[in-house]
Design a protein around this ligand. Structure first.
Ligand SMILES: Nc1nc2c(ncn2[C@@H]2O[C@H](COP(=O)(O)OP(=O)(O)OP(=O)(O)O)[C@@H](O)[C@H]2O)c(=O)[nH]1
Ligand SMILES: [Mg+2]
Length: 331
């Protein structure tokens, strides 16, 4: 019986065969298995793939070096902390580490020469009542593209692509970054499509930082970047101005598409320290679910305080919440 595999299976299989990073190889093997039609003709192929998946899992757990594969990097995954994870990427010397240094408690190495950063580094950025995790990364260029970078980009909630717009030729270096990620089937996009047409491609919401825009030539660079990428959010950034840096935080928060909802015990004051984080469009039910599964089932109604609402308005579980709302659950 013929296997009748979809055409993009072969494309993915080629990539799987070339891949050396066991984490990435495992991910590709799982994708292949998911793509494979399940019938008699693919029984053997399925069994083979399952065996390969089991072997890769073992290899990753054991962390051994096999068949010339690289040692597993400790940077393939960085645990998310806070309300969201934002990754700073870009060409060498564009100012990524300086942004991490200015926005967070982290103390990265900063140099006036390219390729200063050799390893990813995280820091927590305070934004009003929440903390957002930032990841500073080694540069991406024609010469350098660390093999854990695709995984880190895939896992992040938002990409900030940092260009030094005060230096001529920045547009070409930025395109190199996009192209190198595209090779790994990661597309940096201004907004996520409603439906994904190609299951093999990962779209990543991205905003552009026109960094060093206050430096000589920076204004023209900013305009040039805006003209080149009209669909993207382009935020002017500079570590030389606090207000500009605050605006950068606000733009990142807006791009994340999340809202903060504060809880209030009945008869008590709201807790403004630890909001529930929901995607835009999140409902009362979704908020209750983040607290406890059972809680959302037993929920009778909620009372809401917030902009454009009556004080303590009674709402149902399907009610759509807004950023800054205060909620009192009644069970
Ligand atoms: N004038 C000016 N200089 C800046 C600004 N931000 C960063 N720099 C300088 O730009 C240089 C590079 O900064 P880094 O933060 O190390 O750049 P990077 O993108 O992390 O560089 P790599 O790690 O090599 O990729 C340093 O000399 C910084 O002091 C800025 O807004 N204005
Ligand atoms: Mg750096």
């Amino acid at each position: 019986m013929p296997a009748n595999l979809p055409p993009h299976y072969y494309e993915l299989e080629r990539e799987y065969k070339q891949e050396r990073d066991p984490h990435e190889k495992l991910r590709l093997a799982k994708e292949l298995l998911a793509l494979m039609p399940k019938h008699k003709g693919t029984d053997k192929l399925q069994a083979d793939l399952k065996a390969k998946i089991a072997k890769l899992r073992k290899e990753i757990e054991g962390g051994q070096k096999k068949h010339g594969a690289r040692t597993i990097s400790p940077f393939d995954h960085i645990d998310r902390e806070g309300a969201a994870q934002v990754i700073l990427i870009g060409p060498p010397n564009s100012g990524k580490s300086s942004l991490l240094d200015t926005l967070t408690n982290a103390e990265p190495l900063i140099g006036d020469y390219p390729y200063t950063t050799r390893e990813p580094l995280t820091g927590m950025m305070e934004y009003e009542t929440i903390q957002i995790q930032l990841i500073d990364t080694p540069p991406i260029s024609t010469e350098v593209f660390e093999n854990y970078m695709p995984n880190l980009v895939r896992q992040a909630d938002l990409v900030v692509l940092v260009s030094d717009v005060s230096t001529p030729g920045f547009a070409g270096r930025l395109e190199t970054v996009r192209a190198r990620l595209k090779e790994k089937r990661i597309h940096l996009v201004p907004r996520l499509p409603e439906t994904a047409d190609d299951p093999l491609i990962i779209n990543k919401k991205t905003i552009l930082a026109a960094h060093k825009f206050l430096d000589e030539g920076g204004q023209e660079g900013l305009e040039h970047l805006r003209a080149l990428y009209p669909d993207f959010t382009v935020m002017p950034t500079s570590i030389l101005d606090d207000k500009v840096m605050f605006n950068m935080k606000r733009t990142m928060f807006a791009a994340l598409g999340i809202i903060r909802v504060y809880t209030k015990p009945v008869g008590k004051d709201p807790d403004f320290n630890d909001p529930i984080i929901l995607p835009i469009g999140g409902t009362v039910e979704a908020a209750a679910l983040t607290l406890h599964k059972d809680f959302s089932r037993r929920l009778q109604y909620a009372k809401i305080w917030g902009q454009g609402k009556f004080e303590g308005q009674r709402v149902k579980s399907s009610f759509v919440l807004s950023d800054g709302d205060i909620i009192e659950f009644h069970i």
